[in-house]
Design a protein around this ligand. Structure first.
Ligand code: ZN
Length: 399
């Protein structure tokens, strides 16, 4: 018979130490109800794997002071590849998510996985080298891509925009760099992960909006990121919008929200107005410099997004909307437009006290969230227990 309460494992104890709830063996015993011997077995395993250090703390008065437990963020690394439609960010992080090395790379829109992913592997390898670290230290790799993903199969799905990516397994591309697990997620949902310790520490129900070249939404309900039945939740850019009637979208349809409010549509409109822009970030720069047409375009994008979001807010009743993506530097303009239509169209009760906030980490939200994606996998109690059981994380003896 299964015990009613799952046993407390070394992985659970690591979680308590990482969360700074347990700072000593006595804390672990008090919090878990485990015996001294059981606590010792788990802490010793974690210390042996270098995931936890145990040091003398300066004592006050007489008697031996308790040893202090601390999470050892240097015990391994995670890699993150945040792949957007027109640029990608690569980072090497320690196990606390601190960035040790980072690089951004422009890329042509519409490239397939055979172009993008080998380059990602190259960049990550050279970043590792640049900080003198070894691929053997990598415990996990996070990859975020635009569009719908199947996190279980590790593939991109049904993406008319990410041509050539449909159903392609992502992990095998990284196998030549590391044997560590590869975790994939959609580029908007990782922004939600980046907010876990920030805005989402205060709000259980949230909508995350990524306003970049494309548009995406992430849904957090009851503190849980929602993927939907097919992993396709949040594809707000391709919701039909009356202001976009008959306007072709890059997904092949007409009348999508993106066709008037996506970054690529703003670029199209500004070029038609004689502005020299190639990317939505150029539109943002112009707007911040005071260009009236660019300012109107971003505000108009906000208005259109707000109109569609009003329906989502009425259905889901979130406490907060967090706005990120390449348009976020023009947050004031974008959100001024968004508030106009959102508060006009959502039901009074859902819009009451609804907060609208900028993503906490600006342009780095995607890469930060992608690293957190990998960290959540490799530091989950189950993954830690597996690693301890297999003995992979044994300390490397100095030669
Ligand atoms: Zn579309």
């Amino acid at each position: 018979m299964r015990p009613a309460v799952a046993p407390i494992t070394a992985g659970d104890v690591l979680q308590l130490v990482r969360d700074r709830e347990a700072r000593s063996r006595a804390d672990v015993a008090r919090l878990t109800g485990l015996s001294r011997t059981a606590v010792a077995a788990r802490v010793d395993a974690l210390v042996g794997a270098r995931l936890v250090s145990e040091t003398e703390s300066p004592g006050i008065g007489v008697g031996r002071p308790p040893k202090r437990l601390a999470f050892e963020a240097g015990a391994g690394l995670v890699l993150a590849a945040a792949i957007g439609r027109s640029w990608a960010q690569f980072t090497v992080c320690d196990l606390a998510g601190r960035v040790l090395a980072a690089e951004e790379l422009e890329q042509e829109v519409g490239q397939g996985p055979d172009d993008v992913l080998p380059r990602a592997v190259d960049r990550l390898r050279s970043l590792l080298l640049s900080v003198g670290r070894d691929p053997a230290e990598v415990l996990g790799i996070g990859v975020s891509i635009p569009g719908t993903v199947d996190p279980v199969a590790g593939t991109s799905l049904n993406s008319a925009i990410m041509r050539g990516w449909d159903g392609v397994p992502i992990a095998p591309y990284f196998a030549e760099l590391s044997a560590a697990p590869v975790v994939i997620e959609n580029d908007t949902n990782v922004i939600a992960l980046a907010e876990l310790d920030d805005h989402l520490a205060r709000y259980q129900d949230a909508l995350i909006v990524k306003a970049s070249t494309g548009l995406g939404a992430g849904i957090v309900a009851g503190g849980v990121l929602q993927h939907g039945a097919r992993g396709a939740a949040g594809d707000i850019g391709h919701v039909k919008y009356r202001g976009a009637r008959d306007i072709p979208c890059r997904c092949g349809e007409v009348g999508c929200l993106e066709a008037v409010a996506g970054g690529w549509a703003l670029v199209r409109d500004l070029v038609a107005n004689g502005r020299e822009v190639a990317h939505v970030r150029d539109v943002v720069t112009l707007a911040l410099e005071g260009d009236v047409v660019a300012r109107r375009a971003i505000r108009g994008s906000g208005q259109a997004i707000g109109e569609v979001l009003a329906a989502a807010v009425t259905l889901l009743d979130p406490a907060v909307i967090v706005v990120g993506g390449d348009m976020a530097p023009a947050y004031d303009l974008l959100v001024a437009g968004l508030r106009e239509t959102l508060y006009r169209d959502a039901t009074t009760i859902a819009a009451r006290d609804l907060d609208v906030l900028a993503a906490s980490h600006g342009a780095d939200s995607g890469s930060r969230g992608t690293a957190i994606l990998a960290l959540r996998r490799v530091l989950s109690p189950r993954a830690v227990d597996d690693r301890l059981g297999l003995g992979i994380a044994r300390p490397r003896m100095p030669q």
